[in-house]
Design a protein around this ligand. Structure first.
Ligand SMILES: *[C@@H]1O[C@H](CO)[C@@H](O)[C@H](O)[C@H]1NC(C)=O
Ligand SMILES: *[C@@H]1O[C@H](CO)[C@@H](O)[C@H](O)[C@H]1NC(C)=O
Length: 115
């Protein structure tokens, strides 16, 4: 009796540990569907915001890699392709923060990826 109770407590502790570590903020998880419409929108948003800030004229091509992180909203870390005025396609790492319940979307960073 006492033994099974102890086992139960042990089990519950282990289970709650598992749950909290899974839901812990700060962990990046891969985006499963990179061709998802919303992911594309975020990629295009990153390029257009970068163009505004840097007075650049890149054209969004596609997202080739991405991770997401739960914060107060969601952080997206996207590796995307964009072409410049000379039609040269290059890779960029963009971090976009989104808070749907306040309609907020912001470009946190945008940098070329050396490959
Ligand atoms: C990914 O998203 C696209 C566009 O919404 C959809 O057509 C496709 O079926 C999705 N693929 C998977 C594996 O969910
Ligand atoms: C967010 O944007 C949508 C569509 O533009 C609008 O209908 C909605 O009222 C907005 N919500 C807030 C909280 O601003």
């Amino acid at each position: 009796m006492a033994k099974s109770l102890l086992f139960l407590i042990f089990f519950l502790l282990a289970a709650s540990n598992l749950v909290t570590s899974k839901a812990m903020p700060g962990g990046w998880a891969p985006i499963k569907n990179l061709t998802d419409q919303h992911v594309k929108e975020l990629g295009a948003f990153a390029v257009s915001e970068h163009n505004k800030v840097a007075k650049d004229s890149l054209v969004f091509v596609q997202v080739v890699q991405g991770d997401q992180q739960v914060v107060a909203g969601m952080n997206y870390r996207l590796v995307l392709e964009a072409k410049d005025a000379k039609e040269v396609v290059a890779k960029y790492l963009a971090v976009v923060w989104e808070q749907p319940w306040t309609n907020s979307t912001r470009l946190t960073s945008f940098n070329p990826v050396s490959s």
